[in-house]
Design a protein around this ligand. Structure first.
Ligand SMILES: CC(C)(COP(=O)(O)OP(=O)(O)OC[C@H]1O[C@@H](n2cnc3c(N)ncnc32)[C@H](O)[C@@H]1OP(=O)(O)O)[C@@H](O)C(=O)NCCC(=O)NCCS
Length: 383
């Protein structure tokens, strides 16, 4: 407690409980996380993306009949509003189509979609109306990203198909070709495993904005901004770039040692919460190994050596691969371009944000913490 009556909390709010949630949790010491009452990894192993979406946003796993109806309902929401589709070429020309611009493009076009679809402040909506807006925003996110990507590369956008699952349709809209079923399933499993993950920075951002009563698109655009940072969602392509830069097994040791000693971080390693193996990393390693090949063999060797070097150089901190290390490998194996790695993370996480926005919107208390003033003592005489 400070003199002004405020409460001091650790840097980065680490470990501070700021609200209650029924959406899930991360048990960092055990290496376990769950969506509502189910293990997230088991969901990724056994269910469709749409089923888990239903679990998060509607509140329970759908029985078979409802599962099909929900999948059809969200598939029918994939098309962009005409005015948004018409605006995309200009948005891409202005710099939001390729590379890092894709996340900027997503922020812009999610905002635009919300405005075009008439989203209103969650404060003014009943729970069903909020949910309708949230489902639409999640359903169009892959369409927006695929269209931005293609336009950025001089290609025409591909219309969504309603007969494909969420992941398969996403891959189809990116390439114009139906993906191999094993690739579509691997990406679907990756997407399920990244829907939600505790009070990470982007989820917290979405909830802060939702607590102001703003509309769903405003909450999501803010969350996309948080996710675009390299310390959060911006690492999977960087992790793979590191594998390329290392190149061969004998270069792992000197490359990593030199960087860690220079104070750099090795991308794809370390996690704010996990102090043991990240369960998502374990699952994705399994998927990558299902495909096999030199890339995954090299990645496994890099993981082994980097963990050993970090254990030696950072003995005070357990450091293992995080979700992004093998996510990059799996996405590469499934033919996703690297610039789509972080956007693909957003395709999944938008569902988690949506669930969090709906939960937060039910609470009318605005999130409004305080900061300790450390500048020159006021009031200073005006110059
Ligand atoms: C994810 C991440 C931001 C978590 O950070 P954090 O929990 O706040 O960790 P801290 O900043 O407290 O770091 C603790 C110690 O571990 C070290 N460390 C953490 N991650 C490291 C990494 N990837 N490589 C080398 N050292 C690392 C830090 O340098 C620090 O060492 P010090 O105490 O000697 O200064 C961090 O691990 C990181 O930057 N990883 C690389 C980027 C990445 O993969 N991001 C994706 C996240 S899912």
């Amino acid at each position: 407690m400070t003199a002004s009556g405020s409460i001091q909390v650790p840097r980065g709010l680490a470990g501070v409980v700021v609200t209650e949630t029924a959406l899930g949790d991360v048990r960092g010491r055990e290496g376990f996380y769950h969506y509502r009452e189910y293990s997230a990894v088991e969901l990724a192993e056994a269910r469709t993306f749409e089923d888990v979406w239903h679990l998060m946003v509607i509140g329970r796993l759908p029985p078979a009949a409802e599962s099909e109806a929900f999948a059809a309902r969200v598939a029918a929401l994939r098309r962009l509003p005409d005015t948004v589709a018409a605006a995309l070429p200009a948005i891409v020309r202005a710099g939001s189509g390729a590379g890092a611009g894709l996340m900027a493009g997503l922020r812009t076009t999610l905002s635009l979609t919300g405005a075009a679809a008439g989203f209103r402040p969650v404060f003014d909506l009943d729970p069903e109306q909020r949910r309708t807006d949230a489902l639409l925003a999640c359903a169009v996110t892959p369409t927006l990203l695929a269209a931005l990507y293609r336009l950025g590369h001089g290609l025409d956008p591909v219309e969504p198909r309603e007969d494909l699952g969420h992941a398969a349709n996403y891959l189809y809209m990116l390439t114009g070709q139906e993906a191999a079923p094993e690739h579509a399933r691997a990406i679907e499993q990756y997407l399920i495993s990244t829907i939600d993950h505790g009070f990470n920075a982007s989820t917290f951002t979405a909830r802060v904005i939702a607590s102001t009563g703003a509309d769903v698109a405003a909450c999501l655009a803010g969350a996309v901004g948080a996710l675009s940072g390299p310390l959060h969602g911006g690492a999977p392509s960087r992790a793979l770039d590191s594998l390329d830069a290392i190149g061969t097994p004998e270069r792992i040791e000197p490359w990593v040692r030199e960087r860690v000693l220079a104070g750099d971080r090795i991308m794809g390693f370390g996690h704010p919460v996990y102090r043991t193996e990240d369960p998502r990393s374990r699952m994705l390693r399994g998927i990558a190994q299902r495909f096999g090949g030199p890339l995954v063999e090299f990645a496994v060797e890099v993981e082994r050596q980097v963990e050993a070097i970090l254990a030696e150089l950072k003995p005070h901190r357990e450091l293992h691969t995080n979700v992004e290390f093998y996510a990059g490998v799996v996405m590469e194996q499934c033919g996703l371009p690297r610039e789509m790695f972080t956007p693909t993370f957003a395709v999944a996480r938008v569902v988690g944000w949506a669930a969090n926005i709906l939960e937060q919107a039910a609470d009318t208390k605005i999130i409004r913490p305080a900061a300790r003033y450390v500048g020159p003592p006021p009031p200073a005489r005006l110059p």
